[in-house]
Ligand binder design. Structure first.
Ligand SMILES: Cc1ncc(COP(=O)(O)O)c(C=O)c1O
Length: 240
């Protein structure tokens, strides 16, 4: 991307990035890379937009993930968990000179300015500041990762446990395994999890990553249940 921008900056008006590649399987780039990208876009007068729809609001360890990586976007987008799992809502936050350039009243959509959504979002933000939810989510993620590592220790499978903060990822393309085999491992493990009623997401650029995202509010008994189901799913795969 850096190369593309440097090659033809005048052809690019804005760059939209996720500070963590959540939609590609929660891949965490080095903060230095994001800072370089910011520096490069700034140098060429290119807008930089942080899509924190999944990465922000605590999932990856901070309310504002770009800030945790020490760079400042021109525009920032939140969504999903901003609605607390109850209502749909998204927001664009950013430089006043950009946002104020939209003529008053020009922006309209069905769900815009829903009072209920706004009330829920406000409470979500208050709770994120008032309660140690991010720490709790990160502990849940770590618990899942440690549990998975201990369950997998009994097997010599070509897979690796990854993830940070409130994420847990199984990467099946972790060794010299051909990609088709890695995909088969991912498909088998994900199917076993779903059969055991554990909601996982098959993800990654080559569908070799299995993503688990515990709610930041997950309770101990729910986490225990998730761990049991995970263990059963692994045993199912081992048995067939
Ligand atoms: C990172 C990211 N950005 C943007 C979107 C799009 O959000 P919406 O479905 O609200 O349009 C999604 C949806 O999954 C997403 O995961």
């Amino acid at each position: 991307l850096l190369h593309e921008i440097e090659n033809e900056p005048e052809a690019i008006s804005a760059v939209m990035v996720e500070p963590v590649m959540t939609a590609r399987g929660y891949i965490f780039p080095p903060a230095e890379y994001m800072q370089r990208l910011r520096h490069c876009t700034q140098k060429h007068g290119i807008l930089m937009i942080a899509d924190e729809i999944q990465a922000g609001l605590g999932r990856c360890g901070a309310i504002v993930q770009s800030r945790a990586q020490a760079w400042q976007p021109d525009l920032l987008v939140f969504g999903k968990s901003l609605g607390g799992g109850i209502v749909p809502i998204s927001v664009v936050i950013g430089r006043a000179d950009i946002l104020d350039s939209i003529p008053a009243g020009a922006e309209s959509e069905t769900a815009a300015a829903s009072p209920l959504s706004c009330a829920v979002a406000r409470r979500v933000l208050e709770l994120l500041h008032e309660e140690p939810l991010i720490e709790a989510g990160s502990r849940a993620g770590q618990h899942l990762r440690q549990h998975l590592v201990s369950v997998l220790a009994d097997f010599d499978w070509p897979i690796r446990v990854e993830g940070r903060a409130a994420t847990c990822v199984i990467e099946c393309a972790a060794s010299q395994t051909p990609i088709s085999e890695a995909q088969e491992w991912a498909r088998r493990i994900a199917s076993a999890c779903v059969r055991r009623r554990l909601r996982v997401q098959l993800s990654g650029p080559h569908a070799t990553r299995i993503v688990m995202l515990p709610p930041l509010t997950i309770q101990t008994n729910e986490l225990q249940l998730a761990c049991e189901r995970l263990q059963e799913a692994v045993q199912d795969v081992a048995a067939c």
